[in-house]
Ligand binder design. Structure first.
Ligand SMILES: Cc1cc2nc3c(=O)[nH]c(=O)nc-3n(C[C@H](O)[C@H](O)[C@H](O)COP(=O)(O)O)c2cc1C
Length: 232
């Protein structure tokens, strides 16, 4: 076994303390925005919108991959993919999923859990046409997650489409097999690494129906959300 146990990095935190009162907002979406904007402007973070997306079959067999978050608001977090891909077939049979951002230079991560739903064809079409033509052609040429004979066969298909749409005025139609999804969160965990490994973990979750709150550990947040500190 390759021994990498000695790999250690000092987890300098951006603040020495991170407690419920230090949150930018008691609205988890606004709290996300405050961390995301910082990550986005960080010179050492190129793709602050890159997130791991975990899905599972209906029998609970998990799989995870990276995708790019393309928008967020109080309705949820959007990304785009191929509806025939492995992730999409898993999301179809089991809409529970989880996404995670990790911003290494900040030693921060955000874990979100919730249910996913497909965006409308209209929204997906608008986004599809906002992408560079090369990306539109790339998505149109690939049956994502299927086995292919060779790289050459992919290139051939791509080149066929380049030829077909070489006239810049010719609109590339959004393929039916491509579109967006919205992850609607039921919990958010904000994780701040600390040098002494006593990391901070603040979790927002939706209050359960008829739940009695223990004010020592559970703090009311905006709308139906509560905040709790988890042990690292
Ligand atoms: C940083 C990064 C961003 C990615 N963004 C996307 C994306 O937005 N949509 C997508 O379908 N695949 C994206 N991919 C590729 C996926 O990780 C994955 O290979 C692909 O979606 C097939 O996954 P599946 O077979 O589990 O469905 C990205 C990969 C990386 C490393």
């Amino acid at each position: 076994m390759a021994d990498v146990a000695g790999m250690r990095s000092p987890y300098r935190s951006s603040s020495d303390t991170f407690d419920i009162d230090d949150l930018a907002s008691k609205d988890p979406f606004k709290q996300f925005e405050s961390w995301f904007e910082l990550a986005r402007s960080h010179p050492r973070i190129e793709e602050a919108n890159a997130m791991a997306l975990a899905t599972a079959t209906k029998d609970g067999i998990p799989s995870v991959r990276m995708v790019l978050m393309k928008g967020y608001d109080h309705s949820g977090f959007q990304f785009y993919t191929n509806h025939g891909s492995r992730k999409s077939s898993e999301m179809k049979e089991n809409p529970s999923c989880s996404i995670m951002f990790y911003w290494e230079p900040l030693k921060r991560s955000v874990r979100i859990e919730g249910k996913v739903e497909r965006l409308s064809e209209e929204d997906s079409t608008v986004y599809f046409h906002s992408r560079p033509r090369t990306s539109q052609l790339g998505s149109s040429s690939s049956q994502q997650s299927t086995v292919v004979e060779s790289r050459q066969s992919l290139k051939d298909r791509y080149e066929e489409l380049v030829e077909e749409f070489k006239d810049e005025d010719k609109i590339i139609p959004k393929p039916d097999f491509w579109g967006g999804y919205l992850v609607k969160p039921s919990s958010f965990e904000f994780w701040q690494g600390q040098t002494n490994r006593l990391h901070d973990r603040l979790k927002f979750r939706l209050k359960k129906e008829d739940e009695t709150i223990d004010p020592k550990c559970t703090h009311e947040a905006t709308d139906d959300w509560v905040i709790e500190r988890l042990s690292p």
